[in-house]
Ligand binder design. Structure first.
Ligand code: PXP
Length: 244
């Protein structure tokens, strides 16, 4: 069964747009877990544009399930992640002028920094380290060599594909990437841009999918249904579309 982890950065984005104290990401995290999410994802960016340091502390206290702390390789953020000791740390590329994470990490170009950072995370007590990658075999092999024990497949290009042919081609690459990752002992996660309409084909096509990280679609849907119903609906969609 594929687990759903809900990304709650978008709750902080809304709060910060009004420079308010609400909505509260920690409160939202509890609602998500009570509605069936297996855990919560947040990304402490260097510019603190959504989640901030106080949120990290509040979330670490509030979340009962799995915490997925998304981070760049910036030393300051790596230190905060080590202090927080989430079960899972997902390393992502980060550019200050991007609206959201734009692509997977170039594992080859970042190998030296990864080789330095990944052992630090394990030494701090983080159990799982994932690298956010596009379905590129070189990067998946590099993730295993650098000591990661998970990958998160970047699904943004799948979500934004403009034709059925493009989508089908990406799904083949994703399935092959998941096979390769599994053969190297890496746990397979996926995320970015997944929603109620594009998840079914993804879930049916990609083997060994242990976890998905979904945020924007759930928080947006919550405006119509409420957050617990939006989470429950996504969990149900995931459960109805396993790999076949
Ligand atoms: N995974 C990673 C690495 C991300 O950066 C994001 C976006 O913050 C997500 C998953 C979730 O993407 P979305 O909010 O589009 O569901």
């Amino acid at each position: 069964m594929t687990r759903l982890l809900v990304n709650i950065d978008h709750v902080a984005t809304l709060r910060n747009a009004r420079r308010e104290t609400f909505p509260d990401p920690a409160e939202a995290a509890v609602l998500c877990e009570n509605a069936g999410a297996s855990g919560i994802v947040f990304h402490l960016r260097q510019d603190r544009r959504h989640i901030n340091d106080a949120d990290v502390a509040a979330l670490a206290g509030a979340i009962k399930g799995k915490i997925d702390f998304e981070l760049s390789l910036a030393p300051e953020i790596v230190d905060i992640c080590c202090e927080t000791r989430p079960q899972l740390a997902t390393i992502v590329p980060e550019r200050r002028d991007e609206i959201t994470t734009e692509g997977g990490m170039d594992v080859t170009a970042n190998r030296d920094r990864l080789d330095e950072t990944i052992p630090k995370l394990y030494e701090a007590g983080v159990e799982e380290v994932a690298l956010f990658v596009d379905p590129v075999p070189e990067f998946i092999r590099g993730a295993a060599e650098a000591g990661a024990n998970c990958i998160e497949l970047h699904t943004g290009k799948y979500a934004n594909a403009e034709s059925d042919d493009e989508r089908a081609g990406i799904l083949v690459a994703m399935a092959e990437a998941a096979e390769l990752a599994n053969s190297l002992g890496l746990s397979v996660h996926a995320g970015h841009g997944l929603d109620l309409s594009n998840y079914p084909a993804f879930g049916r096509s990609v083997p060994y999918l242990a976890e998905v990280s979904i945020g924007f679609a759930i928080i947006a849907r919550a405006l119509a249904t409420g957050l617990p119903a939006a989470v429950a609906e996504m969990v149900e969609t995931i459960n109805r579309h396993p790999f076949d």
